[in-house]
Design a protein around this ligand. Structure first.
Ligand SMILES: Cc1ncc(COP(=O)(O)O)c(C=O)c1O
Length: 398
């Protein structure tokens, strides 16, 4: 049987991983500045996380949500402590798209309204409503098309205000990434997020903070939306939550009342997923990783800003992007091929850095050195007018 060929892949087979390094089948070591697309939060195969999963596997791997699963409550308690979101409620599911789908559905159940406001360059996932709220017609099947999503420019308070004036009684929710990831590392301004909060309050709409990529400590705050110092009604979480074990969820503010059957999933909140997610939070707390992400991120951003050739360095914590001019268009490919460094990208010309929150200063320096070396190489080649050869196909990010 053939695999359904939907991913553009690098011809590399990773067989081992630890911390911020991975190794291929030939024993070649790579520095992982991509974190498997922002998924690796506490570091690959962290021993405590492995032990948590292993222990759970020997007890029970799965039983459905038709019985009590105390480890779900244990996870909710820990999440409350680490995220600082008091009295929120937790619904567990399996992926980022599913989390956002449930968030928008819950909002609509709650206020009985139909329209969703989303923003240009957003990415919210590939299920029906999540993809409809994603600003990419190429991944929207005809069956997903809906008149219920209104797209507005990102960080444009006036456009948002006008939209609410016109459609306020129909708007059920506003969904926004605190830092757009796939869209190219665009940080939502604090004033924009405050405006969303105020308009949602005024018009009885639900503020959904898509924290799938920018959440879980990556920005140097548990939720990147927290920089605005206002609470969202729903936070969606996935990627960093399980450090690679598939687990996702939404945090739901206290005013939402649950009803049996309203939301549901077979696998969501299974014993293994909860054990993995607890392992992540325990390590985050013990190793102070949110603060560390903030410090390392500041260091990395400051150093990147001093590098000649790359442009518009931006981001927060360990969610960082910079633009590469045309003359450096091979930089990402060369970093992988010549320096064994994985990075992410955003079309058309952004390199994205999404390393583990536990990356060490030495590893950050190792990356900066590799980056400088490759920039110099390309510039020298350009000066000697040697044509740059095509080498490896680079993965297109999800
Ligand atoms: C901001 C954001 N929301 C939602 C998703 C979808 O998550 P998943 O691929 O787990 O469905 C992603 C994935 O990249 C994302 O970056």
């Amino acid at each position: 049987m053939k695999l359904f060929d939907v991913y553009q892949i690098n011809e590399i087979t990773i067989v081992k991983a630890q911390g911020s390094y991975v190794w291929d089948e030939n024993g070649v070591q790579y520095l992982d500045m991509y974190g498997g697309h922002a998924v690796i939060s506490i570091g690959h195969t962290h021993p405590h996380w492995v032990e948590r999963i292993e222990d759970q596997l020997h007890k029970i791997a799965f039983y459905s949500n038709s019985v009590r699963i105390p480890i779900q409550q244990e996870l909710a308690n820990k999440l409350e402590a680490v995220s600082g979101k008091k009295d929120y409620q937790l619904f567990l599911c399996n992926s980022g798209a599913e989390a956002n789908e449930n968030a928008m559905k819950l909002a609509s159940f709650h206020n009985g309204k139909k329209k969703v406001v989303a923003f240009r360059k957003s990415f919210h996932g590939r299920t029906s409503l999540a993809v409809a709220a994603t600003d990419n017609p190429a991944i929207l099947a005809p069956v997903n098309e809906t008149a219920n999503v209104i797209f507005l420019p990102f960080n444009d308070e006036e456009a948002l205000e006008n939209c609410f004036k016109k459609n306020g009684n129909e708007i059920s929710s506003v969904i926004v990434e605190g830092i757009q990831g796939v869209g190219g590392i665009n940080v939502a301004t604090e004033s924009f997020l405050k405006k969303i909060r105020n308009l949602c309050d005024e018009y009885n709409a639900v503020y959904i903070a898509d924290s799938i990529q920018c959440g879980y400590g990556r920005s140097g705050s548990f939720f990147s939306h927290d920089y605005a110092e206002v609470n969202a009604d729903i936070y969606s979480m996935a990627k960093g939550m399980g450090n690679g074990f598939p687990v996702a969820g939404i945090l739901i503010s206290p005013q939402f009342k649950a009803k049996h059957g309203m939301l549901g999933t077979t696998f969501g909140g299974n014993h293994m997923a909860c054990a993995a997610a607890l392992g992540v939070l325990e390590v985050m707390e013990k190793e102070n990783l949110v603060e560390q992400a903030k410090q390392r991120g500041m260091y990395l951003i400051n150093r990147l800003k001093r590098i000649e050739g790359i442009q518009n360095v931006r981001g927060r914590g360990l969610m960082i992007g910079f633009d590469i001019p045309d003359e450096l268009k091979d930089l990402r490919k060369n970093l992988l091929t010549n320096q064994n460094v994985f990075t992410g990208e955003a079309k058309p010309n952004v390199i994205r850095l999404l390393p583990s929150l536990a990356i060490t200063k030495k590893q950050v320096d190792e990356f900066l050195e590799a980056l400088q070396e490759e920039i110099d190489q390309i510039k020298n080649k350009g000066n000697s007018e040697t044509p740059v050869e095509e080498e490896k196909v680079i993965t297109e990010d999800l």
